[in-house]
Design a protein around this ligand. Structure first.
Ligand SMILES: [Zn+2]
Length: 133
């Protein structure tokens, strides 16, 4: 009986320690669960950022392609205008300005494809758009 009286408080203390450990374990599990939830949240945020970044990159690529297409269209337009000016110059070179009826009468040079029209007049025709008429 004495033995039991001595032993019971020791066993009670041991049980308290076990209970304390158990409670600490529960707390530890709760902390781990909270950490896991934070990690899940971070992963979701990272995924959202990656999606957003991919969308932004796709938008940039689309804009770059649109810009390239715009530059190409403008270059095509310039090449077309240059071709039109060259065609006009060739036609103009063959048009007699002095109303000659033969090569011998022509003083402007159009009849022999060496028209002597002043460059200043050509520049003015280009500048005013007269060449398009
Ligand atoms: Zn002429």
């Amino acid at each position: 009986m004495d033995d039991l009286v001595e032993r019971l408080p020791k066993e009670a203390a041991m049980l308290r320690e076990i209970a304390q450990s158990y409670l600490l374990g529960i707390e530890w599990q709760a902390n781990l669960s909270a950490s896991a939830a934070m990690i899940d949240l971070s992963a979701a945020r990272i995924q959202a950022l990656e999606t957003s970044l991919a969308e932004a990159m796709a938008t940039r690529v689309d804009k770059a392609r649109a810009w390239d297409a715009c530059i190409e269209a403008r270059n095509d337009e310039r090449a077309k205008v240059i071709a039109e000016v060259v065609a006009w110059l060739r036609t103009e070179n063959g048009q007699c300005d002095c109303f000659a009826r033969s090569e011998g009468e022509c003083a402007c040079g159009a009849w022999d494809d060496h028209k002597t029209k002043p460059l200043l007049e050509i520049a003015t025709a280009l500048e005013t758009g007269e060449w398009k008429k």
